[in-house]
Write a protein that binds this ligand. Structure first.
Ligand SMILES: NC(=O)c1ccc[n+]([C@@H]2O[C@H](COP(=O)([O-])OP(=O)(O)OC[C@H]3O[C@@H](n4cnc5c(N)ncnc54)[C@H](OP(=O)(O)O)[C@@H]3O)[C@@H](O)[C@H]2O)c1
Length: 224
């Protein structure tokens, strides 16, 4: 089963649609799923009780799991003015909730001797971008998480990798004012935003490449 979080919007929505309907389960939260024919489950990934219930419900079906963690949030504020609750919320969703989902699928993966975990990290954590301390901290933590989980589970044909994404043509970029977006594109050596098809190709490559483990792929058009 392929589980895609963040399947209601942006990148996750496109990845969700890419995989065969029967094998794929989407997770959404506030935004209703676009395609009611596809199997989707409403879940606040930050709520432990909801996550427990979700896994209790689907556990009989879980096998050969591919978990694609696309759900994520951001909060813009310079560090010395940031609101602590909003800062923590970003870490709660992007890191702790992502870890909790990983924690839930690992026993199944270990039992199956198969598993693929793919997290969406960001070039923002590599570059150091003003106003992004919470987001950057949460996304860079995924690198260490992947290394540790790979060390623990690599012998069981379970891989965990991150895609360190540059600026994509869909999703969060839609909230960025046009002028800022144009300035961003000028900084990208490829001079364009990342097409979703390149993200999907990378996801497919990670799934098909068992020796790739505990690492990240920089998908950023040459931007660092
Ligand atoms: N777009 C980019 O250029 C870019 C660049 C680098 C990295 N990334 C990363 O790629 C991932 C996808 O980005 P995106 O641009 O597609 O984001 P997006 O359009 O803002 O969508 C975010 C998704 O996360 C889900 N989500 C947020 N909080 C949730 C919660 N508590 N429980 C369950 N789902 C929740 C949302 O679901 P609902 O709407 O249903 O609440 C939505 O489907 C994110 O992790 C982001 O950090 C994106």
């Amino acid at each position: 089963m392929i589980i895609v979080t963040g399947s209601s919007r942006g990148i996750g929505k496109r990845i969700f649609k890419h995989f065969p309907e029967k094998e794929t389960l989407g997770i959404y939260h506030a935004t209703p799923p676009a395609d009611p024919r596809r199997r989707s489950y409403r879940l606040d990934i930050g709520c432990e009780a909801e996550v427990d219930l979700f896994f209790r419900k689907i556990s009989p079906e879980l096998s050969k799991v591919v978990l694609i963690n696309c759900a994520g949030i951001s909060y813009n504020s310079v560090a010395h003015k940031a609101d602590l609750d909003q800062w923590k919320k970003v870490v709660d969703i992007n890191l702790t909730a992502t870890y909790n989902l990983i924690r839930k699928v690992l026993p199944v993966m270990r039992n199956d001797n198969y598993g693929r975990i793919i997290n969406l990290s960001s070039v923002v954590a590599q570059k150091g971008v003003a106003g992004t301390s919470a987001y950057a901290a949460s996304k860079s933590a995924l690198w260490g998480l992947a290394r540790a989980v790979a060390a623990e589970n690599g012998g069981k044909n379970i891989t965990i990798n991150n895609i360190n994404l540059g600026y994509c043509e869909t999703g969060m970029i839609e909230q960025v004012p046009d002028q800022v977006r144009d300035d961003l594109i000028k900084q990208i050596p490829s001079r364009r935003l990342c097409p979703v098809s390149d993200i999907i190709n990378t996801v497919e490559y990670i799934i098909a490449t068992p020796y790739l483990n505990g690492t990240s792929i920089d998908l950023n058009g040459g931007l660092f």
